[in-house]
Design a protein around this ligand. Structure first.
Ligand SMILES: [Zn+2]
Length: 257
């Protein structure tokens, strides 16, 4: 599992995914970086007064760090420089929850100790866009993010084309379609039997959200449809529920579905 070389690693740009207390005064920090995907490091004495890491290890912060990589135990953080704390999104519960969800999806799908430049870039973009936003994002933002992350992880087929017969979805198509959490694919209801029922126009808009730059989806909604189908695809891969999902479900949503 720990295939990276031993020794000092410097200038590693990471997003802090989460942290937890460890032992008397330490913290374990989960990180996402382009070079190493998901990784874990220990911050010694991080909870002591005047600790050298200060507030730099807040979840959702972009940091540059130096660490000592070890072959058979957790890497040790040696120094941390705060690059971007994303302070503005912390003032708004909707945007903070969306950011936590983005970090959970991108970090969860990233492989451990394996380069993940696209998932890192997606997460970084999502946090920047949410930090600069002035209102709660539309549904196209979250579903676009989930679709992109699943694509980068190789877990999502084209959504505007039937995975069985190959025919494209047409907006005027009134026959029902299915979206499957298990395979991450769209298909005509007549071509398959399992999945969540949705309309062709929902799938066409979902595919558009996957291809569009994330910032361009910020104010966009989607037609009525299975708004959790892609989150369920992520959950099927992680084999656990997404923590932010309950909060997202309760948060005020600008679209009625
Ligand atoms: Zn079909």
């Amino acid at each position: 599992m720990t295939s990276h070389p031993r020794g000092p690693v410097g200038g590693l740009r990471c997003l802090v995914l989460s942290r937890q207390d460890h032992g008397e005064a330490d913290r374990i920090v989960r990180l996402l970086s382009a070079e190493r995907g998901r990784s874990t490091a220990i911050a010694r004495s991080a909870r002591r007064a005047g600790a050298r890491f200060g507030a730099a290890l807040e979840p959702l912060s972009l940091v540059e760090l130096g660490l000592r990589a070890r072959a058979h135990s957790m890497d040790v953080l040696e120094h941390v420089e705060l690059v971007e704390p994303h302070l503005r999104l912390r003032d708004d519960l909707d945007r903070l929850t969306q950011a936590a969800h983005a970090a959970e999806v991108c970090g969860g799908l990233a492989r451990e100790e394996h380069p993940e430049p696209r998932l890192f870039g997606l997460c970084q973009t999502a946090l920047l866009v949410l930090d600069a936003a002035t209102a709660a994002p539309g549904l196209a933002f979250r579903l676009g993010l989930e679709a992109k992350a699943l694509t980068f992880a190789g877990l999502l087929a084209p959504l505007d084309r039937c995975a069985i017969c190959g025919r494209p979805a047409q907006a005027e198509d009134e026959a029902p379609w299915l979206l499957t959490a298990a395979e991450g694919a769209a298909l005509h209801a007549a071509c398959g039997s399992s999945g969540t029922t949705c309309s062709a126009s929902f799938l066409i808009e979902l595919e558009a959200a996957r291809r569009r730059p994330l910032q361009d989806s910020l104010d966009l909604d989607l037609p009525a449809g299975p708004r959790w189908a892609l989150a369920e695809r992520v959950e099927a891969q992680l084999n656990r529920p997404l923590r932010a999902r309950a909060l997202l479900g309760d948060a005020p949503c600008p679209v009625q579905v």
